[in-house]
Design a binder for this molecule. Structure first.
Ligand code: NAD
Length: 314
């Protein structure tokens, strides 16, 4: 990993992953790319390329111009936005992934990291301690694209010897960049509203338990998998990863320890159905065994840090 391209670099995860990779591999060696133009601060922090992953020529130019050998492909349409525009979600997620995989083979790219999601699960899955090997019958278009992405990852590994790796992120909680239209977005919005208004109107029911992860653990998981010795990996595109699970009610209780007059109401919308098809807890023993995955944060340490950092920011 000497010259890295991050697609979707302006997104919730990409914006922080780019910074973490630049700290580790050098500012000039990590090229941020997104369909959206960068703001001034982002543009000054290292190379940036405005690029649509649906245009293969644009990806090819970036690979050649910056002599890229590793790609973190994060550009995607997420679950809640994907349900509003399913055809667009399919076109972006599958078209982008196929372009990245094809051009990686053509350009002898060393390694591709292709994040997946807990949205791969759906009907018939064991929702407690969901195993690595499990039924994948998603009910959202986003989930369908993520299952196909995992299968493509493994296909390009076995057919074209492309070192392609992926992990099934749970809901990611962070304070730098707002989430991009997923079903777990409530777990970020709630902190903004708690600090600003001391009240939150939650779009899921109080007892909807979902797996979540704090951003520092997400960055650590992504970079650890990318750096893992390939000889230790029996899985490739579909590692389960987990940190902690909670319900909106449990998160509200954790927030009340720091903001005692915080209140919450529950008005579930179309996202409830998506959440109800996902696991409550996840078994990530394969990731722990094969590349040493271990989360650092639990719900209390995450809540404390989120409130401190977000209060300072707002
Ligand atoms: P996000 O929505 O915050 O960011 C996605 C970025 O992709 C945006 O900046 C957007 O401008 C860009 N993009 C969209 N279409 C593009 C195109 N055609 N060309 C180039 N860029 C384009 O998403 P995120 O939360 O940062 O997610 C990153 C990856 O992690 C995705 O693959 C997502 O499926 C996965 N994931 C995220 C979460 C989460 O909770 N955030 C959970 C599970 C999986």
């Amino acid at each position: 990993m000497k010259r890295i391209l991050v697609t979707g670099a302006k997104g919730q995860i990409g914006s922080e992953l780019t910074v973490a990779l630049r700290e580790k591999y050098g500012e000039e060696n990590v090229v941020a790319a997104d369909i959206q133009k960068p703001d001034a601060a982002f543009e000054e922090s290292g190379p940036f390329r405005v690029l649509d992953v649906l245009i293969p020529e644009a990806i090819q130019c970036a690979i050649k111009d910056f002599e890229i050998d590793t790609i973190f492909h994060l550009a995607a349409i997420l679950s809640a936005n994907g349900e509003k525009r399913p055809e667009f979600c399919w076109r972006t997620n599958m078209g982008g992934t196929m372009n990245i995989l094809e051009l990686s083979v053509k350009n002898n790219i060393e390694k591709v990291i292709l994040p997946s999601s807990m949205a791969v699960w759906g009907k018939g899955v064991e929702r407690e301690n969901t195993p690595q090997e499990s039924i994948l019958k998603p009910t959202s278009m986003y989930g369908i694209t993520k299952v196909a992405g995992e299968l493509l990852c493994d296909y390009y590994y076995s057919k074209f010897d492309l070192d392609c790796r992926g992990l099934r992120y749970p809901g990611i909680i962070s304070y730098e960049t707002l989430p991009g239209g997923g079903t777990t977005d409530y777990a970020v919005e709630i902190f903004y509203e708690a600090i600003k208004k001391k009240h939150y109107n939650c779009f899921l029911t109080e007892d909807t338990m979902l797996p979540m992860m704090y951003m520092p653990d997400c960055l650590n998981a992504t970079i650890s998998l990318a750096e893992a010795n390939i000889g230790n990996l029996t899985y490739h595109g579909d590692f389960n990863v987990a940190a902690f699970s909670f319900t909106p009610k449990q998160l509200a209780e954790a927030i009340k320890k720091y903001i005692p007059d915080f209140t919450i109401e529950y008005n579930p919308d179309y996202r409830q159905e998506i959440a109800d098809s996902w696991p409550r807890t996840i078994d990530d023993s394969a990731a722990r065994k094969e590349w040493g995955w271990k989360p650092q944060y639990d719900i209390d340490s995450m809540t404390k840090d989120m409130i401190e950092k977000l209060s300072a920011k707002l």
